[in-house]
Design a protein around this ligand. Structure first.
Ligand code: MG
Length: 341
């Protein structure tokens, strides 16, 4: 039975220009993949990232390549996307793989009348707190963002730009909340070794991707010397990267758009656990569709940073909620995501 696919482009805006060490932007073009199998519709989102070699054009071209070739049971197609023929066809298109994989999980859940977390063996009562990300900004804007972050118990602060210490000192003056730092490869070994102890004195919990993913020996050295746990994000794309990450860090940040969906993210988290690594789930700037797909796995991880939907000016979907800073998974079948009315 062939699966029919339709592609819908989304023009998204964040409330603020989202600024990290590599640059900043406010407009995003994501895509919704609508899959139809035996009268059931599954939804998936692709948030292509130029950093990982994807653009609007590569998503459109990937769609042309696969729109007429998906056939078989949803579970077989999922396996083919993870490590079969479809994986080869979509090797450089991880966000498209993610969209297809989550749409297929959505269909499977709807067919069985069960939420995805149940199919994945996750207990929704164990869903973690999510952090709320504060992008790099002027101190007075940062103060305003702190007010808006009031419902969250954990903050993630973007660093790795000149003046970043002043920003975090400013934040510490105004809040006693748990703080995690993401440098997005913005430091070198020397600056990381200088900054991390200061962050430790400010009660920062861990540091994400302090140094470039290309500086592997520096990351290995930092792992030995760092007074705070180091979590790798840009360094870890796929399951094949997890073992090496264990030599360079204390944990990994798994994202559906990097690894190609729920199936591979689940595998990466299990592999990381078996190596004694801490696990984190993150996201890109995504709607509640993509973020909810990740949230179904969140009871498995130590740290969640699933706030991409909350940074949007308007979110076309409704799915995972946040109550008192904690992720609340939707209980409907499949992903449990609906269109906002
Ligand atoms: Mg990161």
């Amino acid at each position: 039975m062939a699966i029919r696919i339709e592609l819908e482009a989304l023009a998204l805006e964040t409330r603020y220009t989202f600024k990290i060490a590599r640059g900043g932007r406010k407009s995003y073009r994501n895509f919704v993949f609508h899959l139809y199998w035996e009268g059931v519709e599954g939804l998936g989102e692709a948030a292509p990232q130029e950093y990982y070699g994807e653009t609007e054009e590569t998503v459109l071209s990937a769609f042309q390549r696969i729109k007429n070739v998906l056939a078989g049971e949803p579970v077989e197609i999922r396996r083919s996307i993870q490590r079969g023929r479809l994986r080869e066809v979509l090797e450089g298109d991880s966000s498209v793989r993610a969209a297809l994989d989550m749409a297929l999980w959505d269909i499977e859940g709807k067919v069985q009348g069960k939420p995805c977390y149940e199919l994945l063996g996750c207990d929704p009562a164990r869903a973690p707190l999510t952090s709320f990300t504060i992008g790099f900004d002027e101190p007075q804007v940062v103060r305003k963002k702190l007010d808006e972050a009031e419902p969250f118990h954990v903050l993630k602060i973007k660093m790795g730009l000149p003046g970043d210490m002043e920003v975090i000192e400013e934040i510490r003056k105004h809040t006693a909340k748990r703080i995690r730092v993401d440098a997005n490869e913005g430091w070198d070994l020397d600056s990381a070794l200088k900054i991390i102890p200061e962050l430790g004195r400010m009660g920062v919990e861990f540091v994400e991707q302090p140094i470039s993913k290309h500086s592997k020996s520096a990351l290995r050295e930092l792992k030995e010397k760092s007074s705070l746990p180091v979590i790798l994000d840009e360094s870890v794309v796929d399951t094949a990267d997890v073992d090496e990450a264990a030599r360079m860090s204390h944990g990994i940040n798994v994202k559906l758009m990097k690894c190609g969906g729920i199936s591979t993210a689940h595998e990466m988290i299990r592999r990381a656990e078996s190596l004694g690594l801490r696990t984190m789930l993150g996201c890109m700037i995504e709607t509640s569709l993509g973020v909810t797909a990740a949230a179904h796995l969140s009871p498995m991880v130590d740290f969640a940073d699933l706030d991409g939907n909350l940074l949007l000016a308007e979110d076309p979907f409704v799915g995972v909620a946040v109550e008192d800073g904690r992720l609340v998974l939707p209980t409907g079948p499949g992903l449990g995501v609906t269109r906002r009315r």
